[in-house]
Design a protein around this ligand. Structure first.
Ligand SMILES: CCCCCCCCCC/C=C\CCCCCCCC(=O)SCCNC(=O)CCNC(=O)[C@H](O)C(C)(C)COP(=O)(O)OP(=O)(O)OC[C@H]1O[C@@H](n2cnc3c(N)ncnc32)[C@H](O)[C@@H]1OP(=O)(O)O
Ligand SMILES: Cc1cc2nc3c(=O)[nH]c(=O)nc-3n(C[C@H](O)[C@H](O)[C@H](O)COP(=O)(O)OP(=O)(O)OC[C@H]3O[C@@H](n4cnc5c(N)ncnc54)[C@H](O)[C@@H]3O)c2cc1C
Length: 666
């Protein structure tokens, strides 16, 4: 009975949708072709028993890791058998949904050789890597230094006699520590080390180093290597073999130094090529961009679970003879719908960032380096913003699901445990925001010198206007005007940037100012990044959006995204006199009415993500809403329920119970 009622809730919900859901699916996927590929790969994975993942939380580490190896090998087999394209293969790996050494092989090892190798090096190494005849990882971080890349201690000393580099770990803290895929799977690594020639330190560079034998996988001489141990959560990121690595005078040929940025000649002379040295950090820029695109996936997944469950779950009150669906509580809406809006916002900003990255890559090939600083600031800032919001949002979605959200079968604990390190890897989020702030301070300081801000900082050209323009909101409906909202976010960011720049100018040494004002600088960078997300959402809506009612839904979500940020950061907007308290109160009224507009469409808006039940991995987020019987089913699968009387009863429970009996008689 209850099961049927639960199913009915979602059928009814779906019938209320006021837009063309198939058209929205295509918008979400980024095009018809992308939708078709994604849909096909999701189904392929969901229907293959090797890719089952409901047992991850109960496998011990060794079984878990072996199972990951098995899945990765099976995925590779399917990719070859089905002759999948690069796009299809990467979608297939995405839907397998299990962090693995292959992420680092395809996501960092290959890109670093592509980006930092010479033509010759690419020709030699990439075909082997593409065929997976070698498996590689990205070994940058050390025990003692992660954020401070210039502080790395591993050395690569040139030996001109033998035309080789000697790779060495001179201290404990110089041990490589964290690289994914290093611990157990990789045969090779791109190792970042200090380049030393003729006793002189030339800074950091990448070197291709073989770690394990291609015959028996044993570590090569001078290589000390292993896994760094269990990480946060059961299952979760423990499918990944993050590793440690020490070198004891390991020799590699000179041509295994990646030489696009710097070269070392046969005589040991270091030649700096004409590309900016920051290209050494280029792989990080690439991965940050992919992490932004991925944030909308993790966020939408959590939101899909919480939204469907909120429609199924009923507590208190009365709605047509039933208790109230928790999604109808205003508090639930005010916590959930901004997250739904953020998922769409991050999707569109991720699309735009992909374009920006492609654009900067093409320019670099044509030796135009002018947009590199902006690309660095955008990828760093948006990586930071989107991962921080997503990590917090997954936890909020868990709370939105009440007690059942805490069960592993809700899918949310594992999603959280897998996702939170995104706030740290590929650049700690605070460290990255400080990079954005540095870029903004530099941009503002150069305004007077004729240097024109580009791309996302173009608004700073209108600084005089933005510093004093009043907000154009007279009535509530004005809050729905995109140009009013964008200008408001520009004004807030401009005013905060200028205030910080003024405070900085009071310090005789800029580094001291940066240290002292770093918390404010982080707020400035956050305001700038939020402006980027809002404006890219608005720009998306200026494009042709086909499908009945689709544009209206997206407009509502865009307004929710912007106005909920305004509410959250009201202090910024009021203290910079960007808005009045009356305008703030009108924004709050508009938000409430936007929530009512989204409410009947909420289920369809999450259905548009087109996630299979296999991918969601959540009893609470099931497409059919059949939550309660399935919660029982999952509970009964737990190993604790395998026997009626638990293991340990005779040793530990019965004696206690018996003893209590005797005590009671006394
Ligand atoms: C693995 C990808 C998988 C892909 C699959 C797709 C699916 C995606 C989903 C993801 C899910 C799972 C995969 C997870 C995989 C995890 C991978 C994690 C891998 C790692 O963590 S690798 C290690 C990453 N490490 C870092 O990020 C270190 C952070 N630190 C730095 O970046 C730097 O040290 C620094 C903080 C920038 C400081 O550097 P430095 O002291 O040298 O520089 P300054 O601050 O003095 O700046 C000098 C100058 O240079 C500019 N600049 C700095 N960085 C860059 C850059 N990257 N590009 C261009 N320019 C840069 C800076 O602005 C200054 O300019 P100025 O002089 O002011 O003009
Ligand atoms: C799951 C996972 C996977 C990883 N995979 C890889 C990999 O494949 N390859 C690889 O090379 N590395 C990898 N890493 C390492 C990762 O890139 C680093 O951990 C990350 O860059 C952060 O550096 P850190 O650990 O040195 O942090 P720290 O810099 O030590 O950070 C500690 C604290 O200090 C603060 N802090 C540091 N510097 C500043 C500053 N200048 N101003 C203000 N505050 C500051 C930070 O905000 C943070 O709160 C991985 C890490 C994790 C967790």
């Amino acid at each position: 009975m209850e099961a049927e009622a639960a199913v009915d809730y979602l059928v009814d919900e779906r019938s209320k949708a006021q837009f063309d859901i198939d058209a929205m699916k295509i918008i979400w996927a980024g095009g018809k072709h992308e939708f078709e590929v994604s849909d096909r790969m999701a189904r392929l994975v969901a229907s293959d028993p090797v890719f089952r993942k409901d047992n991850r939380a109960i496998l011990d580490r060794k079984e878990l890791f072996k199972n990951t190896l098995r899945k990765a090998a099976h995925a590779w087999k399917r990719i070859i058998e089905l002759r999948l394209s690069e796009q299809e293969a990467s979608k297939l790996r995405f839907f397998v949904d299990e962090p693995a050494y292959t992420d680092l092989h395809w996501g960092m090892f290959i890109p670093v050789i592509k980006g930092q190798g010479t033509e010759e090096q690419r020709k030699k190494w990439l075909p082997m890597a593409y065929r997976m005849q070698i498996i590689g990882c990205y070994a940058q971080t050390e025990l003692g230094h992660g954020s401070n890349v210039q502080g790395l201690e591993t050395t690569a000393t040139f030996d001109p006699e033998l035309d080789e580099f000697v790779i060495h770990s001179p201290t404990l803290t110089s041990s490589k520590w964290w690289p994914g895929g290093l611990g157990r799977a990789s045969t090779h690594a791109v190792v970042f080390a200090r380049l030393i020639t003729d006793g002189k330190d030339h800074g950091i560079n990448g070197f291709i180093v073989q770690l394990r034998s291609l015959d028996d996988h044993l570590p090569l001489p001078g290589i000390i290597i292993g896994d760094i141990g269990m990480k946060f959560g059961n299952g979760a990121y423990n499918t990944m073999d993050n590793g440690f690595l020490r070198f004891d005078h390991v020799r590699i040929p000179r041509d295994q130094m990646l030489m696009r940025v710097k070269q070392v000649t046969r005589e040991g002379k270091v030649v700096q090529s004409d590309v900016p040295w920051q290209l050494l950090y280029g792989t990080m820029v690439y991965v940050r961009q992919t992490i932004v695109a991925d944030a909308s996936c993790a966020l939408s997944r959590a939101v899909c679970i919480a939204t469907r469950y909120s429609a199924v779950r009923r507590q208190f009150g009365s709605q047509n003879g039933h208790e109230t669906q928790v999604i109808d509580y205003r508090t639930q809406q005010s916590r959930l719908f901004p997250l739904l809006a953020s998922a769409y916002a991050f999707r569109f900003v991720g699309e735009w960032l992909k374009w920006l990255y492609m654009d900067v890559t093409q320019r670099l090939q044509a030796r135009d380096f002018s947009t590199l600083p902006e690309a660095h600031a955008c990828t760093a800032g948006l990586k930071s913003l989107t991962t921080s919001v997503t990590a917090d949002a997954i936890e909020e979605c868990r709370k939105l699901c009440g007690g059942h959200g805490y069960l592993c079968s809700s899918g949310l604990p594992e999603l959280f445990a897998v996702y939170v390190p995104a706030c740290t890897y590929e650049g700690d989020n605070i460290v990255l925001l400080l990079q954005v702030a540095r870029f903004l301070m530099k941009t503002v300081s150069q305004l007077g010198s004729g240097e024109r801000p580009v791309g996302t900082t173009t608004y700073l050209l209108r600084l005089e206007h933005l510093l004093q323009c009043p907000c154009d909101v007279q009535g509530a409906e004005d809050w729905l005007k995109p140009d009013v909202v964008v200008q408001l976010f520009e004004a807030r960011s401009a005013r905060m940037t200028v205030a910080c720049a003024k405070s900085l100018s009071k310090f005789s040494k800029p580094e001291d100012g940066f240290m002292d004002l770093s918390a404010d600088l982080v707020s400035v960078a956050t305001a700038h990044c939020q402006l980027i997300v809002v404006s890219k959402f608005v720009e998306k809506l200026q494009q042709d959006i086909p499908g009945e009612g689709v544009k209206q839904q997206l407009e509502a979500l865009c307004s929710i995204y912007a106005l909920s940020l305004l509410k959250k950061h009201l202090g910024d907007f009021l203290s910079t006199s960007c808005i009045t308290s009356k305008q703030a109160s009108l924004a709050n009224d508009v938000l409430r009415s936007l929530y009512s507009q989204v409410r009947p469409n909420a289920i369809a808006l999450v259905d548009a993500f087109n996630y299979t039940d296999h991918f969601l991995g959540s009893v609470l987020g099931r497409y059919d809403g059949n939550v309660y019987p399935k919660l029982y089913e999952e509970a009964l699968k737990d190993p604790l329920n395998e026997s009626v009387v638990p293991d340990g009863y005779h040793e530990y429970l019965q004696p206690v119970l018996k003893q209590r009996l005797r005590t009671a008689r006394l």
